[in-house]
Design a protein around this ligand. Structure first.
Ligand code: PMT
Length: 221
């Protein structure tokens, strides 16, 4: 393991949840805390990468030697990510991006006049797949958060989103995944995979960064 394995490499990483506004006081979101993405950003900076962390709303401090861009919605996160691609060699999509957003945002707080209500949702743009289609395509790593058929769905996303590597995360287990301090994952690429057992997210991030660095240089050469 080379401790400066990503020296000088420009890396963009997304982390945390997104919030999709319903009205001025309410939103749709998920349980991502940002811990995994921030740990990856810190481990990449330790490995010498020049890191831009595109973060959804979290309570975490920005890791040292990392440039953070704060975003709220999936569309904000998409725009901020696209803004880094001119100068990005490696992309890691760790954020739990909302797949859908309300089709319109009510201007005023919605009143509880009815016994039931209906919110129409529309698809958000897919950040990691757009990155992987870009003319200046960086080496592209995604995550797959699944509650069933983990490896099958993750491999499907690897292919459909045209990724170099996908990190499969079983989020049905509350000891790992969303908001937990530990994680356990399977890294999957075209012709192989590798399991990383349960450990703290910082330690796991260091292992993932060395694997990602290996794949990065293999793809470049
Ligand atoms: O933040 P923590 O609390 O530490 O939790 C970590 C985590 C569980 C959030 C993380 O390990 C993880 O699995 N992140 C991916 C969450 C997710 O939304 O996965 P997905 O299977 O729905 O999406 C697949 C990939 O597409 C991901 O790389 C995601 O960032 C990306 N995506 C999804 C939708 C979208 N509109 N744009 C995207 O880029």
């Amino acid at each position: 393991f080379n401790s400066r394995s990503l020296d000088g490499v420009h890396l963009t990483i997304t982390a945390g949840p997104t919030r999709e506004a319903i009205d001025p006081v309410r939103y749709i979101s998920n349980h991502s805390s940002g811990k995994m993405g921030y740990a990856l950003a810190a481990a990449a900076a330790d490995a010498g990468a020049i890191v831009t962390l595109i973060s959804g709303p979290t309570n975490l401090p920005c890791p040292e030697r990392v440039t953070r861009v704060d975003t709220i919605s999936a569309q904000d996160m998409f725009d901020a990510t696209m803004g880094t691609l001119d100068n990005c060699q490696l992309f890691i999509g760790c954020a739990a991006v909302a797949d859908y957003r309300p089709s319109s945002i009510a201007e005023q707080k919605i009143k509880k006049d009815n016994d039931s209500m209906h919110i129409e949702l529309v698809r958000n743009p897919d950040i990691v797949s757009t990155v992987a289609k870009h003319s200046k395509r960086p080496i592209t790593v995604g995550f797959a958060a699944e509650t069933q058929d983990l490896l099958h769905y993750a491999r499907g996303k690897l292919e459909r989103k045209n990724l170099d590597l996908i990190i499969a995360n079983d989020v049905s287990n509350t000891a790992i995944g969303f908001n937990a301090n530990d994680n356990a994952v399977t890294a999957i690429w075209k012709d192989g995979d590798c399991q990383i057992p349960q450990m703290g997210k910082s330690q796991l991030a260091a292992q993932l960064i060395s694997l990602i660095a290996e794949k990065f240089f293999a793809a470049k050469n």
